[in-house]
Ligand binder design. Structure first.
Ligand SMILES: [Mn+2]
Length: 380
């Protein structure tokens, strides 16, 4: 039984389990899907004003492989982890990651992070909302892109940093475009990816609106450099590797454009902290801010089994976490997306939970900057 002294300590403790929340019932974005870590739901642009962070789902996947021969039906493909080729379903990732974040609800913890400090809670320093998912015609990438740019622009115009749940990798274009159109200054880009995604994405010499030149998960960076205040000289790619679906022509173009490249083996050899030091120096040189995109195929399939092209010896999830911590603390991070996670191929929610935790790592870094008043834009 508790003695009187203990009861007194308990009764004087600051806060209840719900002390950081506006309400008690878990906020939901639709049906049984909670908002990410139970932050308030934003229904319209005005709900986002003055916030620090706006979550948004871009559940688009354009590059869908035909069902494998063993299921020659036109219906939904069974989720079978043995399928290695064409593992689609990234359109489900936004809701999946939200569901997998259930343990991190701010209702119970306020985002308490004893690894930062004994009195450090994310919610004491930053304000957040979940702007739900963008709705669009799933067969019309231009419709998707237009609506995604508008919705992410709502977040940016409200002054918040968009943290985006993809989708396949085509979804990186609308956020960068929205940030570029609604803020001043150049954007540096740090991309974690097993691939360069370096396809041609302009109109000529392919004037037809075909699958090659329309926005897809291989030409999104062409479109970014073509239309946004971002330059390849501030582009850093981390985690590229041989094997699954990477092409030499993509590498040649990356070198020609002046990308800074770190392969998966560079990360092993240099260590992620040194890689990030160099990456931040490149991405922040003569820029105002840094956008980060994480294709889960940069990571080892042990931590993210639900990859489209699962390929061993990627970057360990722990290194990605360290990288995102450094990035969110030491740069003027203006947006982040995670893409190409196909929930049907996850291993008992492991990848979904890892994904959720990586978003929280960014929140932690942003809260850290606010709490300790850090304004550096990265090491010189
Ligand atoms: Mn990619």
């Amino acid at each position: 039984m508790m003695d009187d002294e203990m009861k007194k300590m308990w009764s004087e403790m600051d806060g209840t389990p719900y002390d950081s929340m506006a309400g008690i019932l878990r906020p939901r974005i639709h049906s049984d899907v909670p908002s990410f870590i139970d932050v308030p739901v934003a229904y319209e642009a005005s709900d986002l004003e003055g916030l620090d962070v706006g979550f948004i789902g871009l559940p688009f996947e354009g590059w869908i492989h035909p069902a494998p021969m063993q299921w020659p039906t036109s219906g939904a493909r069974p989720a079978d982890p043995d399928v290695l080729e064409g593992r689609s379903g990234a359109w489900d990732a936004p809701d999946y990651i939200r569901k997998c974040a259930v343990h991190y609800s701010i209702c119970t913890s306020g985002g308490f992070c004893p690894e930062v400090a004994g009195d450090f809670r994310i919610c004491d320093h930053i304000t957040m909302a979940d702007y739900r998912n963008v709705e669009f015609d799933p067969w019309d990438v231009e419709d998707f892109s237009k609506k995604a740019i508008e919705k992410v622009a709502d977040i940016v115009k409200g002054g918040a940093i968009p943290l985006i749940f993809g989708g396949d990798h085509s979804i990186s274009y609308p956020p960068v475009r929205a940030i570029s159109d609604n803020s001043d200054g150049e954007i540096g880009i740090i991309l974690f990816d097993g691939h360069y995604d370096n396809m041609y994405g302009g109109d000529a010499p392919f004037p037809e609106k075909n699958a090659v030149t329309r926005l897809n998960s291989g030409n999104q960076f062409y479109k970014i450099f073509d239309t946004c205040k971002a330059h390849p000289k501030n582009m850093v790619v981390i985690g590229v590797k041989g094997g699954a679906a990477n092409m030499m022509s993509w590498h040649e173009m990356a070198v020609k454009l002046g990308y800074t490249i770190f392969t998966n083996e560079d990360v092993e050899d240099l260590g992620i902290k040194e890689v990030m030091r160099q990456a931040i120096a490149v991405a922040t040189k003569d820029t105002d801010k840094v956008y980060c995109s994480l294709d889960v195929d940069a990571c080892d399939p042990i931590s993210f089994p639900a990859q489209k092209y699962p390929d061993p010896f990627g970057i360990p999830a722990r290194d990605i976490r360290t990288a995102l911590r450094i990035l969110s603390r030491e740069t003027n991070l203006c947006g982040f997306d995670m893409v190409c996670l196909g929930p049907a191929y996850d291993n008992r929610n492991d990848g979904g939970q890892t994904a959720a935790k990586l978003y929280i790592e960014i929140l932690k870094g942003l809260a850290y900057r606010k709490a300790y008043g850090i304004t550096t834009h990265g090491p010189e």
